[in-house]
Design a protein around this ligand. Structure first.
Ligand code: UGY
Ligand code: MN
Length: 245
């Protein structure tokens, strides 16, 4: 029985929620035996791309002129010569010409951003493991664990963090800030306030938040809620304008 047009997904000019029932798959250039679910892109108003790659056995993909952050959701993905398992990730600088391949079926979240230069420096490639990153308490809500997956280094122009909420924990304030967000819900669920709407949200959902979109989350249910979240970072709000700062 189909849903007669009903979905939890919703959108407004400053945000959207995409639920798995709305996902559409299409391969991107350079993909073989793999396909992408593009969640956010310049076409949607985002300054980055975020997509889930679904690899079939032996599937592969290439990098491009953008920086790439790849986080393994399930299965095993080899980036150059390093095999990554779920929760492990890679950062690749612009135009790294890196070959990415899966052994069996695998899923990965990919984020790409054109690098905003600062004094001519770009970060080096590296791989990491979320489990090896010490959690930090969130300001105002020490029960929320924040893991910064990229180093605290000014050459990075974006950040990717995971945030884990125990049941009942909430963001301590309604945030509104200049950075935009792309967010994939990894575990559990709750209620996300976006602008002046409230959305039931659970694992598998993707959310985009424009700069200054009012945002708040409260975890519901009996298990922790966890998401991975992108934001632009470390750059003056006027960078990217004609006369860069
Ligand atoms: O990093 C952040 O801005 C984060 N606290 N935002 C969010 O969880 N919606
Ligand atoms: Mn935020």
């Amino acid at each position: 029985m189909q849903n007669l047009g009903f979905t939890r997904a919703g959108s407004a000019p400053d945000h959207f929620l995409l639920t798995p029932d709305t996902f559409v798959r299409a391969p991107l250039p350079g993909m073989r035996h793999a396909t992408a679910i593009v969640h956010a892109a310049p076409a949607s108003g985002a300054g980055f791309t975020a997509y889930t790659v679904e690899f079939a056995t032996g599937g592969s993909m290439e990098t491009n002129a953008a920086q790439m952050f790849l986080y393994v959701l399930d299965g095993f993905v080899t980036v150059d010569h390093t095999t990554l398992s779920p929760g492990q990730y890679a950062y690749l600088p612009p135009a790294s010409a890196t070959h990415i391949a899966a052994h069996g079926a695998a899923h990965a979240l990919v984020i790409e951003k054109l690098h905003t230069d600062l004094a001519g420096q770009t970060p080096d490639a590296f791989t990491g493991d979320e489990q090896a990153v010490d959690p930090l308490p969130l300001d105002g809500e020490p029960d929320i664990e924040v893991r910064h997956l990229l180093p605290n280094d000014i050459t990075f122009d974006f950040a990717v963090n995971t945030m884990t909420y125990p049941p009942g924990a909430t963001l301590p304030m309604v945030e509104s800030h200049v950075m935009e967000h792309g967010l994939l819900m990894l575990e559990g669920g709750g209620i996300y306030r976006l602008g002046d709407r409230w959305y039931p949200t659970k694992a598998g959902d993707f959310i985009w938040m424009a700069p200054f979109c009012a945002q708040w989350f409260g975890a519901l249910g009996k298990m922790p809620a966890k998401y991975i979240i992108y934001k632009d970072w470390n750059r003056h709000p006027l960078s990217g304008q004609k006369s860069d700062l």
